[in-house]
Design a protein around this ligand. Sequence first.
Ligand code: AGP
Length: 629
Amino acid sequence: MCGIVGYVGQRPVQEILLAGLEKLEYRGYDSAGVSVLADGEIASVRAVGNLSKLRAAVLHANNGASPDAAAHGGTAVAVAELPVTSGIGHTRWATHGRVTESNAHPHFDTTDRVHVVVNGIVENYLFLKRRLADIGADFTSETDAEVIAHLVSHHMARGSLVEAVRAAYAELEGHYAFVCMSADEPGTLVGARKECPLIVGRGDGEQFVGSAIPAFLAHTRDVQVIENEEIVVLTARGVEFIAPDGTPIERAITRVDWDQSTAEKGGYETFMLKEIHEQADAVAETIADRTTRPDGVDLAEAELDESLLQGVDRILILAAGTSFHAGLIGRYAIEEWARIPVDMDIASEWRYRNPIVTDRELVIGITQSGETADTLAAMRLARERGARVLACTNVVGSQATRDADGVLYIRAGMEISVAATKTFVCQVAAMYLLALRLAELRGTMDRAQRTALVAEVKQLPTRITELTEGLDAPIKAAAERHADADFYLYLGRHVGRAVALEGALKLKEISYIATDAYAGGEMKHGPIALLDESTPVVCVATDMPILDKMISNIQEVRARGAHVIAIATEGDDRLEPVAEEVIYVPRTDWMLQALLAVIPLQLFAYYVARKRGLNVDQPRNLAKTVTVE
Ligand code: AGP
């Protein structure tokens, strides 16, 4: 999830772009850049690191010091001096390609006359890159995004910038938004949206475009939403909305009354709620270019050589907190689909077990931040003892990527709230992809089975949206009914147990209520003693092979008078008779249900904590990344 900003108007653009990017840093900031049109040429400055690094680089460029300035026409100095009144900017959260200056945006074509900033993923970039390179395009980065600059430039040979963008749009596949400029069409910016957000800010003789309102809220409150599959043309005079086939579109201007912090939260009251509502997009980006084949998954990427997955007798998953729970779901999927034995352990324990590993073992370290000390130490120890190590992380260039032999990235974008939500569902999605790939490599699933599952995996973003949009209100009501409880028990069986553990962790870390989670079958061996009429018991009871066992555990709970809130599968009426409240999730493959079943539990914990007036984004005693052992 990167940040895009663009401006065309009368005022010097540099500060408008830099300040706009600073307001978008919550979207990611491993590198950044700006391109401005000066004197018929595009001048560009990029830098690795957060916006202060870019500001320093622009300052250097002003003093003619920056080597980068030289690379893009000697007019960088113009950046500071000449009235430069149009340009684009970008702050990056890397998904494809390392964190380097050449992978930072804006990207440009071989003639350096078309520059583009992109948020999202181009799924068919490899195919387009090969085709464009064959006709002379000179690629300078490892990114998927750069292909758009060359493609637009290619089509500009036969038309205007907007026609070239329409032609490029017709060829691009993926989940993205981009804004581009051409030295041959000064004073014009053209943007396009396919799923990823893009929005226009209207001014008097000046126009703004950005990934989110904070990019230009300091200048205007008059916005125009760019709907999915639309193209916009910005000039100082105004903004045109068109469909990909060129048909003009009318779009109303709406006035936003958000303050800056609400704007950064996309209009949500907290980052946690915003991130819960970003889960569909995050999973879509995580599976995007890995599920282009209907009958299988492809994980071969810059930092993952699939030979790492071959000849593996055993898998060991190591992680902490929420990442451990994602690994637990991964274990069930890998064992069920790929028939490889999978061990699990929490990293802070495993590393002191004097553990035994072999070189035919694949150790997977799951860590969204890529900086959790215990998980890193465990990964290093496994490597020292001869195992192959795969990191599953959300942060390009994090320590975990250096402590592993390969990296499977999730693409959740920056997660600000301490309580992990979108990174969790992306980790689970990544585990499903890994299990499916291993099943194909080992021949444990036939083409029909794989095709059916890949189709269901690709449906996950839509089903997540159904949940986050549809369940908000009923879950809020249920949570407020039980917010005063002083103890909760969460139960689940099989893969549902991992979901129960994660649901319980969410409630603990943001509401501070004593909460326990147990395998349903284990309850009668002790914790059932905790139950009485005042105990809410949250039961993960989605349709799965041993649901009947789970239902009998629920009856044990009911027999002690406790209040059962069940998570069940749409259309499955077996829970109504045994639960006071039933929350339904869309039906899909039973293993994939686990990813969906956690979403009502995230919302439940959220609204219990809000009802108790707690700061969910920064709970007490907790840090987003635990870098201490
Ligand atoms: C989850 O909400 C918590 N923030 C915490 O348990 C977290 O999952 C754990 O610290 C692991 O973090 P990591 O994924 O960055 O390694």
